[in-house]
Design a protein around this ligand. Structure first.
Ligand code: NAD
Ligand code: ZN
Length: 411
């Protein structure tokens, strides 16, 4: 993927610019709630100090020890079990585009509640929270949490605070690349105790696909028996296939140039694959997709690459009156050239864009991951590399080398 780093910077700066909720909602000075009970999974005591991977300069984390702060009545202390490495972490690791150094990174994390303030009773969806529960955090919506959680028609994520992208402060335990994270009162948190660790690590990226499929459904074209093309078989395209498969959509063709990824696409629910290296030119490639559907173009396509050429190509795969969800450009990957007459207008293509997710999509994502496991999809194999916290530098380098799919820190 070609990434314009300045655009990543702009987006994250915009998100961070509204920050303040998390860092301002810590315990009131002097407030103290002692840790009264412990979890059930082998935690015998809470240490005085936590270990946090702090990015201290470009391409170098140091594991720092910090005293675990006293909890306020609304705060939660979580013992971290694992955290996925995201492209955003890799950007920050490489050159600190967000100007956050020193920073505790890691926003795709999960762990077990080991202590909480006396006011904490439920998670952000109203589900009971107890010591020992497994949780994830989600972006904090500073504008209108109610609307953002329940309105599918959100425009974008709006003003968000993200654990793992917070500026350093007096608490320090702000990221999931750590052994303990300090979740302040008012943060968005979900009880996901019924999901296994790998599923919990995949919640954040999977939510992107749940949202994309919700957007696709809004075109009213996606049906159980639709012919669906998924272009791009990185983690995003592969999760797209798995989400479709768990919905009962089975007529799926995966398109990519990487045979290993295409093989995995089949195991996640694609009936057929098209390797673009086997075709010369877009007409031949379109014929390949057409043949894969037994002599039909697709009804609906998901564009899951950050390649502008792939955006231009995907229209050709779609039948007249069909639909397209473009979700491959989280950041600016450059301009694409299409022919508005042939590609859009005369074909009456129903096009939707998709970006990030809503809190409501988070709930659906938990259901998706449960269902995917129940029907035996090997979703956890998306995590190709697991590193202990002390090998965080190597984990980030492995992410940058792009040799695996999902890289994770597992404590
Ligand atoms: N919409 C969102 O909110 C959102 C969120 C996260 C990521 N993304 C975007 O999704 C895209 C995919 O993410 P990923 O992690 O899977 O990336 P990735 O780089 O691992 O995977 C991209 C895949 O596309 C394939 N590809 C490249 N050019 C192609 C072409 N012309 N035809 C077919 N396949 C082609 C590559 O071989 C690769 O397997 C990224 O560009 C990312 O920015 C969007
Ligand atoms: Zn991320």
């Amino acid at each position: 993927m070609t990434v314009n780093e300045q655009d990543v910077e702009k987006i994250v700066r915009q998100l961070l610019s509204e920050m303040g909720t998390a860092s301002q909602s810590g315990p009131a000075k002097g407030a103290f709630t002692s840790y009264t009970s412990l979890g059930s999974t082998g935690v015998t005591s809470i240490p005085d100090k936590a270990h946090v991977a702090v990015l201290v300069e470009n391409e170098r984390f140091e594991i720092k020890e910090y005293t675990i702060p006293p909890l306020g009545d609304d705060d939660i202390l979580v013992k971290v079990e694992g955290c996925g490495v995201c492209g955003t972490d890799a950007h920050e690791f490489k050159r600190d585009p967000f100007g956050l150094i020193p920073v505790a990174l890691g926003h795709e994390g999960t762990g077990e509640i080991v202590a909480m303030g006396k006011n904490v009773k439920t998670d952000s969806a109203g589900k009971a929270l107890n010591i020992g529960d497994k949780v994830v955090t989600c972006m904090i919506f500073a504008d209108d949490p109610e609307i953002t959680m329940f309105d599918l028609n959100k425009k974008n994520v709006g003003k968000a605070d993200v654990y793992g992208l917070l500026p350093d402060d007096e608490y320090h335990l702000n990221g999931w690349f750590s052994d303990y994270i300090f979740v302040r009162g008012g943060s968005t948190i979900f009880n996901v105790s019924d999901l296994d660790l790998d599923s919990r690590i995949l919640i954040e990226p999977a939510a992107v696909l749940v949202h994309a499929v919700e957007r696709a459904k809004s075109t009213d074209i996606l049906r159980f028996n639709s012919r669906v093309a998924v272009q791009g078989c990185g983690p995003i395209g592969l999760l797209c296939i798995a989400v479709l498969r768990t919905m009962g959509i089975e007529n799926i063709t995966a398109v990519d140039g990487n045979e290993k990824r295409l093989e995995f696409a089949k195991r996640l629910g694609a009936g057929r694959t098209v390797n673009f290296n086997d075709y010369q030119g877009i007409e031949a490639l379109t014929k390949g997709v057409y043949d894969s559907f037994g002599g039909h173009l697709c009804d609906f396509a998901f564009q899951c690459t950050g390649n502008p050429k792939a955006h231009a190509n995907v229209y050709k795969f779609i039948r007249n009156g069909g639909g397209l969800c473009e979700l491959g450009f989280f950041v600016n990957g450059g301009d694409a050239t299409i022919n508005p007459h042939f590609d859009l207008c005369s074909k009456e293509i129903n096009l939707v864009g998709s970006w990030v997710y809503t809190l409501r999509d988070y709930g659906t994502t938990f259901d998706f991951l449960r269902r995917a496991k129940a029907i035996g999809l090997p979703v956890s194999e998306l995590i190709t590399h697991r590193f202990p916290l002390q090998d965080i530098n190597e984990a980030l380098k492995t992410n940058l080398a792009m040799t695996g799919l999902k890289i994770a820190i597992v404590n």
